[in-house]
Design a protein. Structure first.
Length: 498
């Protein structure tokens, strides 16, 4: 008997003894139906044993998608929004530029809202729209000008009662609050009302709003300052986009205090809309030291320090967080998006701002499954300010990861619908995954024990689990079930019954 099997046998014996010695406390099972469940937190995990932990994964950088080098764009462009609209991918962002030297910062031109589009989310074009005059010419990709352009953030309104001529909505920050804008085509916009609809908060960051289908309401996430002067995130809700609840500050678990959030990028995850993801930009104040004055790009950094010190010393990177209620988030303090090698020049305040929006794009390798793409800023304060695409495997933000010596997790009681169980997982050549279905009391169902489950190994975003008797689990539909996953040198990202 291997060490792993011996340890599992001992764990099984201990579990049985505990069940015999303790009075079982009834736990209301979670009804997951056939929805996708991700291992982004421990909400559905009863216990974890052995060499196993929740692991944050980092994205893979890909090609540069857009360079903001037009006369109406520039080195302080930003706040990109990306979403898929049928067969088209849409991108919205601020065009802006500033010059700087020892005499200070100076705005080169006014802020405008720009538009780009793509057929695949990989290759982008800036269409000539002829909508807004810039320096005497309409030949540009500008769709809006005015104070809202500082952080104009659109979304497709999925509310089933949404009027057709208001299918596209946007939040724009103005002096004194957030304004709602509407459009029938995503290009021609008008204000829903002249007055701001949310007035309590700080609105000079990217403010995001969306129809939260899982909860039947609109949600808006935006910045505020704590009494200690820290940058934080709050949320407000609405049924009609006109009347909003008082803002509530987000709370965080598994996170140290004192983190400063510049943006929030909160959005429902399309594959599991009951879960909200957030990709906040973390602002890190750094002192003026000799070391910071050695980090590329030196010429830009030193000129920026002479103009406004914190612009040349402070830094930004990207975080990941998730929530099941929209208010309490499991936030990872370890960076999801690091600045990367110094020579690539992403160690400037303003770099590594993650776009708002996740989109599925084609596989990076022939025959592979689709991937999740998002975009982040680099080359801030420079003439070649740009946006780079990054990818993550489907559901691949966090996994349950087991080392070679192995470990296991057991879920809390749940009920499901469907007749097969699918997992998104990856192992080494020597690794494995096995699955057991148990009663609420932790007793394996006959035919679905660990011994009945042949080892799974490989790398698949949708692998059917089978036992000696087959893959059909319909006999357990509606019953209170615990799932026991036993892993060795493997990652388990998500599962679903269907």
């Amino acid at each position: 008997m291997t060490a792993l099997r011996l340890r599992l046998a001992i764990a099984d014996a201990i579990a049985v003894l505990l069940l015999l010695c303790q009075t079982t406390v009834a736990v209301e099972p979670t009804a997951i139906g056939s929805r996708l469940e991700l291992f982004i937190d421990d909400a559905l995990i009863e216990r974890m044993d052995g060499d196993i932990e929740l692991m944050l994964h980092r994205p893979t950088p890909r090609e540069v998608s857009v360079i903001n080098d037009a006369p109406w764009e520039g080195g302080t462009s930003g706040y990109h929004t990306v979403f898929r609209d049928g067969e088209r991918y849409r991108m919205y962002y601020r065009g802006h530029a500033m010059s700087f030297d020892a005499s200070g910062l100076r705005e080169t031109h006014r802020e405008v809202t720009c538009y780009a589009e793509s057929d695949d989310g990989i290759h982008w074009a800036k269409p000539q729209l002829d909508l807004v005059d810039f320096d005497g010419s309409m030949a540009n990709n500008i769709i809006w000008q005015g104070p809202e352009s500082h952080n104009f953030t659109p979304f497709i309104d999925a509310n089933p009662t949404c009027p057709a001529d208001q299918r596209y909505k946007a939040l724009g920050g103005v002096t004194g609050g957030l304004t709602v804008l509407v459009s029938s085509d995503g290009l021609h916009w008008r204000k829903l009302a002249d007055q701001p609809v949310i007035t309590e908060g700080a609105f000079d960051s990217q403010n995001v709003g969306f129809w939260d289908a899982a909860r039947g309401r609109y949600a808006a996430y935006f910045r505020f300052f704590t009494q200690a002067g820290l940058r934080e995130i709050s949320v407000a809700y609405s049924e009609d986009l006109r009347t909003w609840t008082p803002p509530e500050p987000l709370t965080y678990t598994h996170s140290a205090g004192g983190q400063q959030m510049y943006t929030n990028q909160v959005i429902p995850y399309d594959r599991a809309p009951h879960v909200l993801f957030g990709f906040p930009t973390r602002y890190v104040a750094r002192p003026l030291t000799a070391h910071v004055q050695t980090i590329d790009p030196l010429d830009v950094r030193l000129r920026l320090i002479s103009a406004v010190e914190r612009g040349g010393t402070d830094l930004t990177d990207g975080l990941f967080m998730s929530s099941r209620d929209g208010l309490s988030f499991r936030r990872w303090d370890e960076a999801f998006l690091r600045p990367g090698p110094q020579g690539e020049g992403r160690w400037m305040y303003g770099d590594n701002y993650q776009s708002w929006g996740l989109v599925e794009t084609a596989a990076s390798i022939p025959g592979g499954p689709p991937e999740i793409s998002f975009y982040s800023s680099e080359q801030s304060w420079r003439n070649n300010y740009r946006l780079r695409r990054h990818t993550v495997r489907l559901d691949g933000f966090v996994s349950v990861q087991a080392g070679f010596s192995g470990g296991e997790i057991v879920t809390k009681p749940l009920t499901f619908t469907g007749n097969r169980l699918f997992v998104n997982y990856a192992t080494s050549a020597a690794g494995s995954l096995r699955v057991e279905l148990q009663s609420e009391a932790g007793v394996p169902f006959p035919g679905f024990t660990l011994a009945d489950c042949p080892e799974l190994y490989g790398d698949s975003v949708e692998q059917a689990v089978a036992w000696q008797s087959g893959a059909d689990v319909s006999s357990l539909t509606g019953r209170h079930v615990r799932i026991r996953f036993v892993l060795s040198d493997a990652d388990l990202y998500s599962y679903r019954f269907r």
